[in-house]
Design a binder for this molecule. Structure first.
Ligand SMILES: [Zn+2]
Ligand SMILES: [Zn+2]
Length: 94
């Protein structure tokens, strides 16, 4: 399974929707700063790659997820290794 297949899988969609409900619908990163911003993206704290994609303890583990807004998600991934394109997709820098 590659990243595209994973993000299209029913297991991920169920996991993501359940997590979003559990998290309460607000960006967790903004909330920590006292800001109330709707969460849009369920982010993996340990970023997914081809190796851990099939590891349910990482890919589908609520402990590894974080509900964030688009702005925070861009900030999280705007390091040297990752960037986010205009559609919100995370891309590894080459
Ligand atoms: Zn945020
Ligand atoms: Zn992310």
């Amino acid at each position: 399974m590659d990243r595209k297949e994973f993000y299209g899988s029913i297991q991920w969609k169920n996991c993501r929707d359940a997590y979003r409900k559990q998290a309460g619908g607000l960006c967790e990163r903004c909330l920590a700063k006292g800001l109330y911003v709707p969460g849009e993206i369920v982010h993996h704290k340990i970023h997914l790659n081809e190796k851990n994609l099939n590891d349910t303890k990482i890919a589908l583990n609520p402990d590894n997820l974080q509900l964030v807004c688009r702005q925070c998600h861009t900030e999280i991934h705007s390091g040297r290794r990752w960037r986010v394109d205009e559609n919100g997709r995370v891309i590894e820098r080459k």
